[in-house]
Write a protein that binds this ligand. Structure first.
Ligand code: ATR
Length: 280
């Protein structure tokens, strides 16, 4: 029987997940496997997700704007999905039930470990720019990895306060955007989770000079691959990691759960996804 998996989003044409998973399906010679895009309008998203198996799917990825709806639609979750109240991966368990999981934070950490081998979360405070869905996943994962302190800087301070409370961060604080320089002092990591720096948007314009030379700088934006923030950080002598690897690594646990093979994130896969982005 064909094992069919989809990525659910609205719109979903931009999703790179099919490129990633179909590459691995071919690479590992998985027979009778199929990974497709599934455009689902907000209206029917919860019902579609609940009926995934009847629609012929053993699992799914969930992308914008359905991650929270997917959480609410499913009765079983892993610990991270429960904490974030958001699901990006759905699997069928051994007992036949669907489970919602969240692998975004895993993808973030795995990317840093892959591309900045010496970096460790417990070496210093982490500064997160932004307080949206991506920031939540990253903050929770950094705390689990042992970050001694998490400093959240967001244009709307109230959203940062809510983030800390809702995911129960223990050593986190909100730093007003006007005091970004203070947030950078003594930090071991700076991550941009805002949409600033994307093609067509303004860049992150903070002054990096208060950031210790040893701090790693990363961005979840990957179009362009080197954002203005990453370029300035590199020119100032910081180690930098681009955001493409987070997308690639977050896909690993899902593929393993659906098809029984733990896939590898390779340079070839990176090139393939970059070519796909460039072609559109
Ligand atoms: P996601 O779920 O992908 O993380 P989101 O929930 O839309 O995306 O969050 C986007 C983040 O980018 C937010 O932190 C947002 O700041 P606000 O909470 O103040 O809206 C931030 N952001 C977007 N545009 C911005 C801008 N022009 N200047 C500063 N921050 C911006």
């Amino acid at each position: 029987m064909t094992r069919r998996v989809c990525v659910i989003g609205w719109p979903v044409a931009h999703s790179r997940s099919p490129v990633i998973h179909n590459h691995w399906i071919a690479e590992y010679g998985i027979e009778d496997a199929e990974y497709v895009r599934f455009a689902v309008a907000p209206d029917g998203a919860g019902e579609t997700i609940r009926n995934l198996q009847a629609l012929g799917y053993i699992g799914a990825n969930v992308t914008v704007p359905h991650k929270e709806v997917a959480f609410a639609a499913l009765g079983r979750h892993d610990a991270m999905a429960r904490r974030l109240k958001a699901v990006n991966t759905i699997v069928t368990l051994a007992d036949g039930c669907l489970e919602g999981r969240n692998t975004d934070g895993y993808g973030f950490i795995a990317n840093l470990k892959d591309r900045a081998a010496r970096w460790r979360a417990d070496k210093g405070p982490a500064v997160i720019l932004g307080a949206g869905g991506a920031a939540r996943a990253i903050a929770a994962a950094l705390e689990d990895e042992g970050a001694p302190e998490i400093r959240i800087v967001n244009r709307t301070a109230g959203r940062a306060e809510a983030l800390i409370e809702e995911i129960g961060l223990k050593s986190a604080r909100v730093i007003p955007a006007a005091q970004t320089a203070k947030a950078l002092e003594g930090a071991g990591l700076l991550v941009n989770t805002t949409t600033l720096g994307m093609k067509g948007e303004n860049d992150v314009e903070i002054d990096l000079s208060p950031l210790p030379q040893t701090a790693l700088v990363t961005d979840i934006v990957y179009t362009p691959l080197e954002t203005g923030l990453l370029r300035r950080a590199r020119e100032a002598g910081h180690e930098t990691v681009d955001g493409l690897g987070m997308l690639l690594h977050q896909a690993v646990p899902g593929f393993e759960a659906w098809f029984g093979v733990r896939p590898e994130v390779t340079d070839e896969l990176r090139r393939l996804v970059l070519a796909d982005i460039a072609g559109k």
